[in-house]
Design a protein around this ligand. Structure first.
Ligand SMILES: [Cu+2]
Length: 217
């Protein structure tokens, strides 16, 4: 009874030992596998194993920062350049472009009150003819802009879409088509520095988009 009991106990003991051994081996194997996976991750992301890769990773944030700084700088540089290039004398000669997309390339034109005369040159950089996509350059004060633009549209191409003899028109060019160029020279004696003036194209429908601020400073 006690023998068989001991034998049974020994069997159980041996089974237990073997089970523990298998468990330990399996655990070791799993640990190595897990460790291997972790190691692989570490190798991919740290400088110890891949100095160049890590350096690249570390550089990324600085590069983004550097880019942002560059953009800010470039905007400042552009503003500075515009400010530096603007001269009272130079502002008396203005050049503006219109295209086939119903756009002027300027939203604002600034001239000096010291200009004896201002010359505005309009260039049509498109290809469409004047009767389809014609542009002109018209100047009025802000309050006259809408009524003059509408009256101009009704005046017809023969009148360059300018109401005939309208004193509200402070300056206006002829209507041109793609590839053409025109200009107008006018005195700004009657214009007041600081007042609001609007330039626009009076070709029917264009004034809604093709308009901008004309400033005398
Ligand atoms: Cu136009």
């Amino acid at each position: 009874m006690s023998d068989s009991g001991l034998g049974f106990s020994l069997k159980r003991f041996i089974t237990l030992i073997v089970s523990i051994a298998i468990f330990v081996l399996l655990f070791e194997g799993a640990s190595q596998l897990g460790g291997g996976l972790i190691k692989a991750q570490v190798e991919q992301t740290t400088s110890k194993f891949h100095p160049e890769k890590n350096a690249e990773d570390r550089l990324k944030p600085s590069m983004v920062l550097a880019t942002e700084v560059t953009i800010e700088n470039s905007v400042e540089e552009i503003s500075d350049a515009i400010a530096a290039n603007w001269t009272a004398e130079g502002s008396c000669q203005q050049v503006i472009e219109g295209n086939d997309m119903l756009q002027f390339n300027l939203k604002e034109m600034v001239v000096s009150a010291s200009c004896a005369e201002v010359t505005v040159t309009l260039k049509h950089t498109g290809a469409m003819p004047a009767n389809v996509m014609g542009h002109n350059w018209v100047l009025t004060n802000n309050t006259d802009f809408m009524p003059v633009a509408q009256a101009g549209g009704a005046a017809g191409l023969d009148n360059n879409y300018i109401p005939v003899g309208d004193q509200r028109v402070l300056a206006a060019t002829t209507v041109i088509g793609g590839g053409q160029e025109t200009s107008v020279t006018f005195s700004i004696e009657s214009l007041v520095a600081g007042d609001d003036y609007t330039f626009f194209c009076s070709f029917p429908g264009h004034y809604a988009i093709m308009q901008g601020a004309f400033k005398v400073i």
